[in-house]
Design a protein. Sequence first.
Length: 116
Amino acid sequence: MPWKFWKKDENKKNEKLSGPRDIHDVVGRHLVVNMHKDPDWVWDLKCVVCQRDPGQRYLFNVRVFDEREAGSKNVKVKNFDTLDDHADLILFEGWFDKRSQRAQLEEKGGVKAKAA
């Protein structure tokens, strides 16, 4: 049995996922301007991101959630994949492009999102 622990497994994701952070400006603007959400509520939300395509450094998948709601359900959101098991916490999901300042998000059926 050959042990090649020093070689990377091609099937595994080698990307390190970042933890929750304040929502990106592009995402926040899209929620307020295009989706008509309450700005005070939007800017209190958090997001987790992961790179959309390894070849495109500026494209990211994003999931927006309410950190207080996650805390009330005793869910510690560590990264993008954490919300796979807790889809009810996802308020908005989609992608954004840092370079072109574009975002595409859809509202999820989790917690009811507030309108402006």
